[in-house]
Design a protein around this ligand. Structure first.
Ligand SMILES: Nc1ncnc2c1ncn2[C@@H]1O[C@H](COP(=O)(O)OP(=O)(O)OP(=O)(O)O)[C@@H](O)[C@H]1O
Length: 319
């Protein structure tokens, strides 16, 4: 079976990480001084948090990186006790080579319950002489202050389209895959700042064995085109519920796109469509409400139709 490209092309050096320059610059300065603090990597999925932790350990430890680096998942259902045992086992042997300490990468640290977090804090303190911790999380606000205050915080942002495209070009060249400029634009749109999603989309689209263009990208990722989403919203806002509903049926039934994904795309498109400020405000408000209803179990089609109907009525258009 073909290797998964996100792993095959995981950067091994900080230099290769795209779109997070200020972070990689600071990490490189730690490598130069060989002085690494406990760190918190916060940010959305697929933007390079795990990758930076791996690359840092490669640059710090060279060939002995795998002896001095370990990766654990805090959301492991067996909980903090297992994590603690694993940390203890790893930390009690001395660092290998000329390393002063080992690195422990704790993924999804914000998945730990508030009750379990003080135990993590104590564990960090207990091994502070032999280990440095890198905690990764999507939302740093889920972590208790005593953990945050013991870490240098790095906020990872969604990666911008140019940087995503740069990475995709390199992978496509290595793999000998032809991609049109429209194909790259579509991949960047689908990725929405998530490099993992971009690389997976490229691999899926290239599996068709053709040149990768807009059509192959939207088809293989089951994503609506930006224009289709804008047309859907513009028709509803203009009061044409029938037309909006036809577009919706095509997206849900023919193209097989999920209602949740459509709402996410509508959220992205809401500020792009041709509408005045107050319409956009109402649009955002209704998108939020519909997203909530779907996430709490409401039927996707009914909720989105109700959303479009609401927009198409006078009260939605005029307040
Ligand atoms: N900034 C980046 N530069 C280059 N490749 C990247 C970058 N971010 C992600 N990737 C690619 O996406 C894959 C997944 O990235 P990574 O594991 O670093 O995500 P993450 O931010 O830790 O996400 P999660 O919160 O889901 O764990 C990597 O193996 C790599 O191929």
């Amino acid at each position: 079976m073909e290797e998964i490209w996100v792993e095959k092309y995981r950067p091994e050096t900080l230099e290769e990480v795209v779109g997070q320059e200020s972070i990689t610059e600071r990490l490189r300065s730690y490598v130069r001084t060989r002085n690494v603090p406990n760190m918190l990597f916060a940010g959305p999925a697929g933007v390079g948090k795990t990758t930076c932790a791996h690359a840092l350990s490669h640059e710090l430890y060279g060939d002995s990186w795998s002896d001095n680096f370990t990766e654990l998942n805090a959301s492991d259902e067996r909980g903090i006790d297992v994590v603690r045992d694993k940390i203890k086992n790893f930390a009690r042997t001395s660092p290998v080579g000329d390393a002063d300490y080992k690195l422990i990468f704790l993924d999804e640290s914000d998945a730990l319950t508030r009750d379990a977090q003080p135990a993590l804090r104590r564990t960090m303190e207990m091994y502070t002489n032999t280990c440095r911790f890198i905690l990764s999380c999507n939302y740093s606000s889920n972590l208790i202050d005593p953990i945050q205050s013991r870490c240098t915080v790095f906020r990872f942002s969604p990666v911008d389209d140019d940087a995503v495209t740069e990475r995709l070009r390199l992978i496509a060249d290595e793999e000998g895959v032809e991609v049109t400029e429209g194909g790259y634009d579509a991949l960047a749109y689908v990725a929405d700042g998530d490099v993992r999603r971009a690389v997976n989309a490229l691999q899926a689209a290239s599996a068709l064995g053709e040149t990768v263009d807009e059509d192959t990208v939207y088809e293989t990722t089951s994503t609506a085109r930006e224009e289709e989403i804008e047309a859907l919203l513009e028709n509803a806002v203009a009061g044409d519920f029938g037309e909006a509903r036809e577009i919706l049926d095509d997206l849900l039934d023919v193209k097989g796109i999920s209602g949740g994904d459509l709402i996410d795309q509508m959220h992205r498109a809401a500020t792009e469509i041709d509408a005045d400020d107050s319409t956009q405000v109402r649009l955002m408000d209704r998108i939020g409400e519909t997203d909530y209803r779907i996430s709490t179990g409401g039927d996707e089609r009914i909720q989105i139709e109700a959303f479009l109907a609401g927009l198409a009525t006078d009260d939605a258009r005029q307040g």
